[in-house]
Design a protein around this ligand. Structure first.
Ligand SMILES: Nc1ncnc2c1ncn2[C@@H]1O[C@H](COP(=O)(O)OP(=O)(O)OP(=O)(O)O)[C@@H](O)[C@H]1O
Ligand SMILES: [Mg+2]
Length: 147
């Protein structure tokens, strides 16, 4: 597991971008962390790192945003309002995981039992400093991405 200290939203984006550039297309990334932790900021960077040039916003009401650019999809889920299998099934999640595109999921806490075993897990937590976050990465050897 790697732990990265971020001092600003743009540093969190940068970490997301490094991961977005490093992971293979089709990866599933599960984000964990409270309201305002920086999951959307991380996702914004992740899309950029994949070479996707789209406006990234929390899909809280839509549940899923599909970013498509340069021939690639990034499916951005927000599971804040999702609970249970039926609910999750109706979002199309099971088709998108392992489908044609990468997947990144906010509020993975709510669907933890349905995450693929080989997903990359990112947990973002706040510290005493209001602009500081700890980003824990597991399921991928981030230390060796050359960031
Ligand atoms: N080091 C940091 N990393 C990320 N965000 C930071 C950091 N420091 C301050 N912030 C601020 O925290 C907020 C993070 O917002 P963001 O929408 O990314 O959170 P979120 O985890 O997606 O929240 P939600 O659960 O509501 O979707 C932004 O206002 C951002 O400017
Ligand atoms: Mg968000």
């Amino acid at each position: 597991m790697s732990v990265i200290k971020s001092k600003s939203a743009s540093e969190t984006e940068k970490t997301g971008a490094a991961l977005g550039a490093a992971l293979p297309y089709g990866a599933v990334v599960a984000l964990f962390g409270d309201l305002g932790a920086g999951k959307t900021a991380f996702t914004r960077g992740f899309a950029k790192g994949m070479g996707i040039d789209c406006d990234v916003t929390s899909p809280t009401f839509a549940i899923m945003n599909d970013y498509f650019s340069a021939g690639k999809h990034l499916y951005h889920f927000d599971m804040y309002r999702v609970s249970g299998y039926e609910d999750l099934f109706s979002t199309g999640y099971f088709d998108f995981c392992g489908g044609d595109g990468s997947v990144i999921i906010e509020w993975s806490e709510n669907i933890e039992e349905f995450l693929p075993a080989d997903c990359v897990r990112i947990s973002i937590s706040k510290t005493d400093d209001e602009n500081e976050r700890l980003i824990e990465i597991s399921g991928y050897d981030y230390e060796n991405t050359g960031d």
